[in-house]
Design a binder for this molecule. Sequence first.
Ligand SMILES: Cc1ncc(COP(=O)(O)O)c(C=O)c1O
Length: 384
Amino acid sequence: MTEQRPRTRAVRAGINIDPAHSAVVPPVFLSTTYAFSGIGRPGEYDYSRSANPTRSVLASAVAQLEGGAGGVITASGMAAVTATLLGLLPPGGTLVAAFDAYGGSWRLFDALERTGRLVLRLADFTDPRALDDLAGADLVWLETPSNPLLRVTDLAATCAAAHAAGARVVVDNTFASPAVQRPLEFGADVVVHSATKYLNGHSDVVAGAIVAGTREVADELAWWANTLGVTGGALDSYLALRGLRTLHLRMAAAQANAAAVADLLVSHPAVTAVHYPGLPTHPQHALATRQMDGYGAIVTFDVGTEAAVRALVDGMECFCLAESLGGVESLISHPATMTHAAMPPELRAGAGITEGMLRLSLGVEDPADLVADLRNGLDRALDA
Ligand SMILES: Cc1ncc(COP(=O)(O)O)c(C=O)c1O
């Protein structure tokens, strides 16, 4: 069979594989248990926590899109983070994680460090000096573009430095999705996702994904996910598979909307800063152009004060004030009081998160409506 392109693979994952009725769309298998054909003779599936046919179709689709050897679907992004961490880090091992990693990941790393289970070192991987400081690391944890400042890490250089230091590399690819960036191509060992975001894409499923570059590591992490009991549900997998079919179309539309909105933001007098890798003024714009297919669909900006934030947000019609990202609908969030509220203020300030900062997750609406709505909000912020 001819090799299919990623967009075709995403659309056609599991299509027309049903041996019972030739259903074009693969059925959802809700059964928790599967009959043995005799003593000591299980079929391919025996119990749904260990493996489920619907989940398997999604896992292999995500693994193919990431260019990996195998995948695991988990009950949430944090379940993927937990299984990966426990599976890859030796007891008492040293984890070097991006200092601006997702707050929930940081909370887990910090809790495991405080209870003596690992040694945590935080690093700014956008600073090349961090690459000289990886001695003793067992695992390196990256997130690029980062949240909410959209800093971009050089994946090839960081993976090479980590491997030279004897460490394995995990990349949280939630913010880009495999339609935009494939970290395994740059040397990462494992990719994790909050599939709650772009992979599902409709803000109606909480799920996670792990993809490993080798079959051996994929099997090891599948073992951990099963043993911990954090594998994903059949219905969630079915919905996420449906969402995944349009990943490339959604990402193209959302990225175009992000570019349109960034154009408005750089020209509006209410805005004091814009963080978006697609802007030539972004410090890692050239790197983003090299390692991403596009610049993602998140745009962060600053309007200076909390009063301006309130004036902008009150009255938005096309952006919901809500946490999360990656759905077809556009969202606006205030990191200081929402996604990053649990972070100690000094760490928040160190990560560059201000009171006047807002983060947009662009959906797939008509760009003219999004730009008009945001322009009205910015005009309100200017008067605040
Ligand atoms: C980058 C990133 N990683 C992991 C997670 C955790 O995913 P979940 O909420 O699906 O557990 C999130 C959630 O926001 C995230 O943004």
